[in-house]
Design a protein around this ligand. Structure first.
Ligand code: GTP
Ligand code: 3PG
Length: 235
């Protein structure tokens, strides 16, 4: 059984536009790079993942050993569909499609997702709101059209039903917490940040002020004891 992970990443200067109200362009690019690196590290450490491929024109983002796939154009769903077919042609028995903006995803969660997904051969990870989809596990080479975009979780469930496939819905914290909107970043800081503060014995200090829109006061991440923000601020 060969399981490939498949991601899609557009050029970083075009990404995370919904965070433009709280992060500068340079900060958004660094956030994209840091989150991608975290996801790739977790995939690398996962026992159930044999290979990793990324559909992207930004091959400079990828560490050695990660396969870059050409982006055929036509948007995310088309890119992932083409990527999955390319992996099946290379011998993949299973493909785990996941997003690159899951900063708290762990190797053990990836293993758990794949193992649970094998029960029905199709698994979906909803985001924490239950609206988006952050990962899709597919066993075999049966057709499945990716439906990322607005209300993608419902649309993926509909796609499963249309294909007469039973979807296993898996809720794991690292798969649920993607960073799309300023509120997601705030939420992430409120969980991971406070955990870190607790470990450092500095409870309460990291979150004393909420994210502030850049239009009024430029939000300056305080990187003191939070590695993700440190990387976003300092590269
Ligand atoms: N290769 C490739 N990746 C894409 C494409 N569209 C989106 N992506 C990637 O798919 C993931 C989800 O995409 P989006 O939610 O549209 O973009 P985002 O950068 O996360 O955020 P916004 O700009 O705020 O929408 C991100 O990793 C994107 O880089 C595409 O056409 N080609
Ligand atoms: O379908 C979705 O859930 C989104 O398009 C996925 O991308 P995002 O969570 O990064 O917006």
């Amino acid at each position: 059984m060969t399981c490939w992970a498949l991601l899609a990443v557009k050029p970083p200067h075009l990404g995370k536009s919904r965070l433009a109200s709280v992060l500068s362009g340079a900060q958004r690019e660094r956030l994209i790079r840091v989150m991608l690196a975290r996801v790739l590290d977790a995939l690398d450490a996962a026992e159930e993942i044999d290979q990793i491929a990324v559909v992207t024109p930004a091959t400079e983002l990828l560490p050695r050993g990660v396969i870059a796939l050409d982006d055929p154009g036509g948007g995310l769903n088309h890119a992932l569909g083409a990527g999955r077919r390319a992996l099946i042609a290379r011998g993949a028995d299973e493909v785990l499609v996941l997003h690159a903006d899951l900063p708290s995803l762990s190797a053990s969660e990836i293993d758990s997702f794949v193992r649970q997904g094998r029960h029905t051969g199709l698994a979906l990870a909803p985001d924490r709101h239950g609206h988006g989809t952050n990962a899709v596990f597919l066993a075999g080479d049966g057709d499945f059209s990716f439906r990322f975009g607005t209300s993608s979780f419902t649309r993926h469930m509909d796609e499963a039903a249309a294909r007469a496939r039973e979807a296993t819905v898996i809720n794991l914290p690292g798969f649920a917490m993607d960073i799309d909107e300023p509120a997601d970043l705030q939420h992430f800081l409120g969980t991971e940040g406070s955990l870190l503060e607790s470990a450092l014995g500095t409870e309460g200090s990291l979150l004393e002020s909420p994210l502030t829109p850049r239009s009024s006061t430029r939000w300056t991440p305080r990187p003191r004891n939070f590695s993700l923000l440190h990387a976003v601020e300092h590269g």
